[in-house]
Design a binder for this molecule. Structure first.
Ligand code: NDP
Ligand code: GDR
Length: 373
């Protein structure tokens, strides 16, 4: 029997990698995409299958986590063996600007999905994965953070995800649903949204290297994160759903770095040596030397990093460091890609795009360079 999976958030970073993985494993993959005025399926276009051909194993459904009847209808149609709830307003800074929407989608959206499973009587056949987050730890109560570390969320996003975490646990305990939380620490990739910090850096510095921009504006570059690669993390999402009993797991690398270090690695990949000087919002990153051909538009003395208070959050999560011992011991999961390797992969992709844009610009075309985020 071919297994059927339903993925909310399939057009996002994780959704696209997870869909690839499940297709490789022979699943029939269904995903929920939002209606948008422009195409929004770039991350899954390469695995798209023409619905007109027989036996298509990949199917997208229009839907939204704010729409109960829509979710119920899709679940009834698909009758999935596994539901991966990855859909969310996932940007922490944006959640301070749109707290109510974030709560509706990230918290109540999870409840809607769980309740639809129960309403349709699928709780004995469908398994449920909830995309929980290290943001739950917020103002950290213990280091490193593990499954038993108390939560202290620090943003509307994290508070919404706290509800989603507990409602998942509650449906497991109350209704016997196979439901589990993956408490995932930050994970990135070349498919990372452009306004998350790593991608903002790799894309911004690549643009600067090619003369498309002169400087990027950053927030708290002292913040510490435990960064892994999304490909490693979706593997674990699937593994968690294959156990005899549902359980919650922390997924992390166990190593942490500052945002400033990530900037330094990215610059080094481009052949740029940076020095930081100044303090607080007056801190700047200045080019010290440039080697190789990857940054033709940059010269020593250029200031390419500046701090802008608008990118600081009303309440910050200063440090995150995970302990994935349980995942390692129970599931044999270990991350394969280091943060530095991931950074190199992200720069390689963003540099290619920047080179293409620089070429187009030189020939009189407009190119997108906005780095808001
Ligand atoms: P992305 O922001 O890349 O993807 C989010 C997905 O959710 C997109 O497909 C988006 O659609 C969709 N979405 C947004 N709003 C709605 C809505 N109202 N209804 C239905 N779908 C919606 O996130 P990631 O792939 O990075 O993360 C996946 C999940 O994991 C998220 O829930 C995130 O909060 C959580 N998480 C992520 C971590 C990380 O470091 N990446 C760490 C821990 C948890 P569209 O493409 O149309 O915008
Ligand atoms: P985070 O990721 O908030 O940890 O949430 P993000 O990459 O946005 O920020 C990481 C850290 O970098 C600091 N920072 C900046 N962040 C952004 N976006 N832009 C900037 O200019 C900037 N300058 C400094 C932030 O303050 C923060 O400390 C991500 C999301 O994927 C969530 O959905 C997920 O749950 C968590 O990771 C785990």
């Amino acid at each position: 029997m071919v297994k059927r999976a339903l993925i909310t958030g399939i057009t996002g970073q994780d959704g696209s990698y997870l869909a690839e993985l499940l297709l490789e494993k022979g699943y029939e993959v269904h995903g929920i995409k939002r209606r948008a005025s422009l195409f929004n399926t770039q991350r899954v276009d390469h695995i798209y299958q023409d619905p007109h051909i027989n036996n298509a194993h990949f199917k997208l459904h229009y839907g939204d986590l704010s729409d109960t009847s829509n979710l119920t209808r899709i679940l009834r149609e698909v009758e999935p063996d596994e539901v991966y709830n990855l859909g969310a307003q996932s940007h922490v800074a944006v959640s301070f600007e749109a707290p109510e929407y974030t709560a509706d989608v990230d918290a109540i959206g999870t409840l809607r999905l769980l309740e639809a499973i129960r309403f349709l009587g699928l709780e004995r056949t469908a398994r449920f994965y909830q995309a929980s987050t290290s943001e739950l730890y917020g103002l950290v109560q213990e280091t490193p953070q593990r499954e038993t570390t108390p939560f202290y969320p620090r943003s509307p996003y994290a508070v919404a995800k706290l509800y989603a975490y507990w409602i998942t646990v509650n449906y497991r305990e109350a209704y016997g649903l196979y439901a589990c939380n993956g408490i995932l620490f930050n994970h990135e990739s070349p498919r990372r949204g452009e306004t998350f910090v790593t991608r903002k850096i790799t894309r911004g510095l690549s643009n600067i290297a090619q003369g498309l921009e002169s400087c990027i504006y950053m927030g708290n570059i002292d913040s510490l994160r435990d960064w892994g690669h999304a490909k490693d993390y979706v593997r674990m999402q699937w593994m968690m759903m294959q156990q005899e009993e549902p359980e919650d797991f922390v997924i992390a690398t166990g190593l942490q770095y500052t945002v400033r270090e990530f900037i330094t690695w990215s610059a080094a990949e481009l052949g740029i040596k940076l020095v930081f000087s100044g303090e607080g919002v007056d801190e700047i990153g200045t080019v010290c030397s440039v080697t190789g051909d990857n940054a033709p538009a940059v010269k020593p003395g250029d200031t390419i990093i500046r701090i802008d208070p608008r990118y600081f959050r009303p309440a910050e999560v200063e440090t995150l460091l995970g302990d994935a011992k349980k995942a390692r011991q129970k599931l044999g999961w270990v991350p394969e890609i280091t943060a530095q390797e991931m950074c190199a992969e992200m720069i390689a992709q963003d540099l290619k795009v920047a080179q293409r844009h620089a070429f187009l610009k030189a020939h009189g075309h407009d190119v997108p360079v906005s780095l808001e985020g």
